[in-house]
Design a protein around this ligand. Structure first.
Ligand code: ADP
Ligand code: MG
Length: 339
């Protein structure tokens, strides 16, 4: 009998992994912004052309990479963020899988420029479909610039599947909001087709929300603050009278990571029971700080889902914290004639 099993070459494995990590330009935006944050940046600039189909570039002033690390960063499972599986439960970085850059480089034209503070010159690498096509030393400021051009150039089916520029840009802005809301202590700017769309200076959380959603948001916000042994809850919920028909402004972060959880969203919604007109949804911007040992983020490549050790307790605490805040601000139930 002939043996028929072969190991896939790296570029093929990377392209397959990319399918999970990179769905659209917005996924690239998320990965690059998260890398910039993990690098300890104070200022992060996002540049978009043609809704990210032509260019997604992130420029940061973080710690940069050495020449060797710059090369290694494009290898699969290459990461500076964890050393063993136990580290997964001590995480204070966004990344840990070491997959994003390898995946992105497998399906786009990527240019990296990076320099560490104490180095005279930095490294420049061009990599296209997992092949390094040029490598040089460059004069470049401290930090990292990563440009991702022509996403899915070698996967026409994926490229054709991309939606209109309006839709893809909407997804990019959603990612930008999520990251910017989780990090008011970092300044963000975003440029779209050459013009500035956002300029968010370093600020406190309330100010960051207002800078993104407009001055009128300020009067809508009710602070939530609860510190228990199990977790810390902080942030804001929108006053019930400002509830909207759409679920737009519902942001829920766990340890500074945007998380989707139908169960915990329900906890918040139930705290608003009797306060909302039917068919409307309250807005919220809530941060949970929990011991990283009590959660598992490694259940999906995009890391927007999370497994909690004790979901029921979180549910109850979250619900009561929000109820408490609404009560303190003397928000009485509305008479709902539509029900
Ligand atoms: P992960 O973030 O999961 O470690 P990535 O593929 O996103 O995996 O990045 C690989 C490695 O490249 C990171 O662990 C980090 O050491 C380095 N790196 C990536 N982006 C940056 C950046 N903007 N600044 C400094 N180092 C970076
Ligand atoms: Mg990463």
């Amino acid at each position: 009998m002939a043996d028929i099993i072969q190991l896939l070459p790296d570029h093929v494995a990377n392209q397959i992994a990319a399918g999970e990590v990179v769905q659209r330009p917005a996924s690239v935006v998320k990965e690059l912004l998260e890398n910039a944050i993990d690098a300890g940046s104070l200022t992060i600039k996002l540049i978009i052309k043609d809704a990210g189909k032509t260019l997604v570039q992130v420029i940061d002033d973080g710690k940069g990479m050495s020449v060797t690390d710059a090369r290694l960063s494009f290898e699969r499972h290459a990461t500076s963020k964890i050393r063993n599986a136990d580290d997964l439960f001590l995480l204070n970085t966004k990344g840990f899988r070491g997959e994003a850059l390898a995946s992105i480089a497998a399906i786009a034209h990527v240019e990296l420029k990076t320099k560490q503070e104490d180095d005279e010159v930095g490294a420049s690498i061009v990599i296209e479909g997992s092949n390094i096509t040029s490598q040089d030393v460059v004069v470049t400021p401290k930090g990292t610039s990563l440009s991702v051009k022509n996403l899915f150039f070698n996967i026409p089916a994926r490229r054709n599947f991309l939606k209109s520029d309006t839709v893809e840009l909407r997804h990019i802005i959603d990612e930008f909001y999520r990251v910017a809301l989780a990090h008011p202590n970092i300044a963000f700017t975003m440029y779209n087709n050459g013009s500035e769309s956002f300029n968010l200076p370093i600020s406190n959380y309330r100010q960051r929300i207002v800078n993104i959603f407009g001055n009128k948001t300020n009067e809508k916000l009710v602070p939530v603050d609860e510190d228990t042994e199990v977790l810390k809850i902080s942030g804001f919920v929108g006053k019930p009278e400002y509830a909207k028909k759409t679920r737009g402004e519902q942001y829920f972060f766990v340890n500074n990571r945007f998380i989707k959880s139908a169960y915990l969203n329900h906890a918040i919604a139930s705290a608003f029971d009797g306060l909302l007109k039917s068919g409307t949804h309250a807005s919220y911007f809530l941060n949970l700080t929990v011991n990283p040992q009590t959660i598992d983020i490694n259940i999906h490549p995009t890391k927007t889902e999370i497994k909690f050790d004790d979901e029921h307790t979180l549910y109850a605490l979250l619900r009561s914290a929000v109820k408490h805040s609404l009560g303190q601000f003397n928000i009485a139930p509305v008479l709902d004639f539509e029900r």
